[in-house]
Design a binder for this molecule. Sequence first.
Ligand SMILES: Cc1cc2nc3c(=O)[nH]c(=O)nc-3n(C[C@H](O)[C@H](O)[C@H](O)COP(=O)(O)OP(=O)(O)OC[C@H]3O[C@@H](n4cnc5c(N)ncnc54)[C@H](O)[C@@H]3O)c2cc1C
Length: 425
Amino acid sequence: MEKVIVIGGGAAGMMTAITAARHGLDVTLVEKNEKLGKKLFITGKGRCNVTNAGDEEDIRNSICSNEKFMYSSLATFSNYDMLGFLDELGLRIKVERGNRVFPESDHSSDVIRVLEHELKNLGVNIMLNTQVLEILCDGMGDKQEDYSRRISGVKIKHINNDKIELIHTSRVVVATGGISYPQTGSTGDGFKWAKELGHTVTTLLPGLVPIQVKEDFIPRLMGLSLKNVEISIFDNNKKIHSDFGEMLFTHFGVSGPIILSASSKVGERLKDKELDLYIDLKPALTKEQLDERILRDFDELKNKAFKNSLDKLLPKKIIPIVIEMTGINPNTKVNEIRKEQRAMLVDCLKNFHLTLTNLRGFNEAIITRGGINCKEVNPKTLESKKVLGLYFAGEVMDVDALTGGFNLQMAWSMGYACGSHMLSE
Ligand SMILES: Cc1cc2nc3c(=O)[nH]c(=O)nc-3n(C[C@H](O)[C@H](O)[C@H](O)COP(=O)(O)OP(=O)(O)OC[C@H]3O[C@@H](n4cnc5c(N)ncnc54)[C@H](O)[C@@H]3O)c2cc1C
């Protein structure tokens, strides 16, 4: 029986192993951690947003890098196929806001449990506490010529006793993930091997990650969550991104769904310059409507000081900052506030300005952007175009998507495509 080694017991590796075993291959899944799916376990805040139930367009629109590379694997194994697969494995699911799919139990461990059960059912040889040290191949002489080399095996280390062993095989799947949240095991080994084997790895960047902000007042806003706000990001007065939804403030800057998405859309620019973030705190109102609203509030509160007049309009934490930004004396009685001062307040609420300085690090990034150059991998089979018998699946590839279950769906799709095409190639 054809033998295949899958490196990495994450989403992509488990799906590859299951699919390859279902197609009759003799599969060994090698994982350096003491258990499978360590990253999967923490996904979706422990609930695992396992896929997205949106249509094909939703899926395609969610992909930030190398969308076209994904077409083939998504066509081979779509998000609907994933829903069918989970059903077949006996996992009950539910669909939430934004078509996000979760296990009905709200426990990511249930997703891991059904995958592990299926792996065992299919007789996949699961080697835990086993680290792959090196991928071996024959014909190392000419690194330039395509397919001058072929996979011959892997060198592994049994972590519990430091024993080193060689396993011979002609097919190896690298499903080692990216370099974000490295404590889950994704430490970038796949990138190192790929380079040694003649592949290029595109620039790695933290993706879906909080963003650092310059303004000194930021720590005072820590913990504040803003719902239904609109953000616009400008690069030198040119609008480069906008979104609507929820965000939150941290001790260093901004985070939350629309900020994480923004980090993947504009993050590259933050490598060498600052960007301007404008938050529209009242997107449902035009400037005129907002001014009328403020006038009404001021009318009701006549003799109150400005600093005590914004409670109905804004969350408590942000009021002192807004007041400072307007430059209006906080003790001014509201009936003494002039029209042009009100205009400043309106402008501040519609364009609350922050300076974005840089992305936070990989330790806080939900995904790694960049990875194995897609041009060097067959999109249908996920096989390397440089080394015969070498495959890549999952986050190790230079593909990434927005939040909503899309990143896992790409891992499932690539894993399936890889596992199902191996025998036919
Ligand atoms: C906090 C957080 C929350 C997330 N939530 C979601 C979500 O809800 N929905 C969603 O779609 N996506 C989510 N993601 C992203 C998603 O988890 C990843 O995109 C996905 O897990 C990638 O799967 P993978 O199999 O490619 O890599 P990984 O899951 O990183 O798996 C790689 C595996 O390879 C193993 N490995 C690495 N090197 C070696 C070696 N030398 N030898 C042996 N084994 C090795 C690692 O130990 C690891 O288990 C989240 C990510 C994070 C960090």
